[in-house]
Design a protein around this ligand. Structure first.
Ligand code: ADP
Length: 479
């Protein structure tokens, strides 16, 4: 059995109140490691350490912060293969997806190393002659970062990097299912020599460590990515004490396929967007809204392609789709496939639990057809390799179905019509719109986030990250 992986609090690696095993979803007999689980007292200690470190970190040289972030980014990039393997082993996305995500984390740190030096303010003429007005940005203080299991290194990176870049201190609470990538990232940050207390890793339960962060007045901001239910509960609590909030939650992302679409492009967008990373992406296309003129050809070709996808061990060469992350998620996926059928949809591909040489949570990618937008499978986030086809008569109906949802993270359209593509970019009620591209898969230097029930608070990523991770100050001077 491997050594205990400890939490990092106030500049020390410390054992938790409890421990948990990290299990490989591709091979349930494979224990990746044993990880500490903190209790409330340890979460409190981490918050206290971050608070104590904040004044000097906030006043530190931007060159020093840029150097730290750049060094962290370089180390992640140099170790992307090893980090990607660990990520795929614990989360279940394929090895190329895992390595790609690890590389992304490195790029994010390097991007924010540059951003450290670009935190400009404004000097504006006063309406009163002789007075100077300056608008500057300052760090917000101690930030609690609560992350989900589906992007075990990229999401932590896109919260930690801007938090540190702009002079905030961090208490990082990763998801219970993926402590391995979080711990590896923490070790890289610690070894880069970031001062004591500036960065704290507190692995543990959401209901204990997460709650402690949300409820503590010493935590100035909470940046959360996870489920809608947890996001709403966090918001309700954090607002009581007026904490700054940034929430990224679910999606029910539409991919429209118009009659004039290039079928090959439509298939690639659907397969990538709905099924890659085992469909476990908040930007996954779970509603395929397909024109009546292309519907039958699209469904038949997509079913054929799905049947050929290789579902197997995430680390095995040639695997297209890895396992579902755990038993609870697999049950949820299967339940929704059953609910869809009861509501009148037809299961035309996949949906069965698969046996492989190693025991894991394998599910054949499922396609439901004859779905309506009113079905629960079209309204609730499933978060697995399950998509529904909703047939529509024309572009106008497609747009109205696409927007008829409580969510608004990402939305896609496959069309050769410039007119419809241009119109959809304006008409979509999603935060991110994709034309002839999958709904999932984004750049790291531009805003990420949604509307309606998908997101709350300022956007993440790119230079927009400063909206959450800094606060503005307006200063007036009579020289
Ligand atoms: P999922 O696990 O499906 O991604 P969750 O919303 O359950 O979505 O979890 C996302 C993150 O929120 C995890 O790190 C989890 O531990 C944390 N979390 C869960 N419950 C709470 C809570 N009550 N307060 C704060 N954080 C929580």
């Amino acid at each position: 059995m491997t050594d205990l992986h400890r939490n990092y609090i106030a500049g020390e690696w410390v054992a938790g109140a409890d421990t948990a095993k990290n299990i490989n979803p591709s091979d349930l007999s494979d224990v990746i490691g044993v990880y500490a689980r903190a209790d409330k007292a340890q979460a409190d200690a981490a918050i206290g350490a971050a608070r104590a470190a904040f004044p000097s970190w906030a006043a530190s040289s931007v060159q020093d912060r840029a150097n730290w972030l750049d060094a962290i980014g370089n180390t992640i990039l140099a170790r992307k293969d090893e980090l990607g393997r660990l990520l795929s082993r614990e989360e279940g996305k394929t090895l190329p997806e895992g390595v790609g995500e690890a590389a992304r984390a490195g790029q994010i740190f390097k991007f924010f190393a540059g951003e450290t030096l670009r935190l400009a303010g404004e000097k504006i003429p006063s309406v009163r002659p002789g007075i100077d007005v300056e608008v500057t940005r300052e760090p917000i203080g101690v930030i609690g970062l609560i992350t989900p299991w589906n992007f075990p290194i990229a999401i932590p990176a896109w919260k930690i990097a801007p938090a540190l870049a702009y002079g905030n201190c961090v208490v990082f609470k990763p998801a219970e299912l993926v402590p391995g990538s979080a711990w590896a990232l923490a070790e890289i940050i610690v070894n880069a020599g970031v001062p004591k207390g500036v960065f704290n890793l507190v692995m543990g339960r959401g209901s204990i460590v997460g709650e402690a962060l949300v409820n503590d007045r010493r935590v100035d901001g909470i940046s959360f990515t996870g489920s809608v239910a947890t996001g709403r509960a966090i918001a309700a609590k954090a607002i009581q004490r007026m904490a700054k909030l940034q929430l990224e939650m679910g999606g029910k992302n539409p991919l429209i396929v118009l009659d004039d679409a290039d079928l090959a492009v439509a298939l690639n967008c659907a397969i990538n967007g709905a099924y890659f990373s085992t469909g476990q992406r908040c930007t996954a296309s779970s509603r395929l809204i397909v024109g009546a003129g292309i519907h039958d050809r699209f469904v038949s070709a997509l079913s054929d392609r799905l049947a050929k996808l290789k579902v197997d061990d995430a680390l095995a060469p040639g695997t297209d789709i890895g396992p579902v992350v755990d038993e609870a998620q697999l049950k949820q996926d299967l339940d929704y496939i059953g609910i869809g059928q009861k509501e009148g949809a037809k299961l035309v591909a996949g949906g069965q639990v698969l046996e492989r040489s190693k025991k894991g949570h394998y599910l054949a990618p499922a396609l439901l057809t004859e779905a309506t937008n009113a079905m629960r499978t079209s309204r609730e986030e499933i978060f697995g390799p399950v998509a529904s086809v909703i047939r529509v008569q024309d572009y106008d109906e497609a747009v109205s179905v696409a927007n008829d949802t409580d969510f608004g993270l990402s939305a896609g359209i496959v069309t050769t019509s410039l007119k419809h593509a241009s119109h959809f970019k304006r008409a979509s009620e999603a935060g991110m719109v994709m034309v002839n591209l999958p709904t999932a898969g984004v750049d790291y230097h531009v805003p990420f986030g949604g509307r309606k029930g998908s997101s709350y608070g300022p956007r993440e990523q790119g230079r927009y990250a400063r909206e959450f991770f800094t606060v503005v100050k307006t200063a007036y001077t009579l020289p």
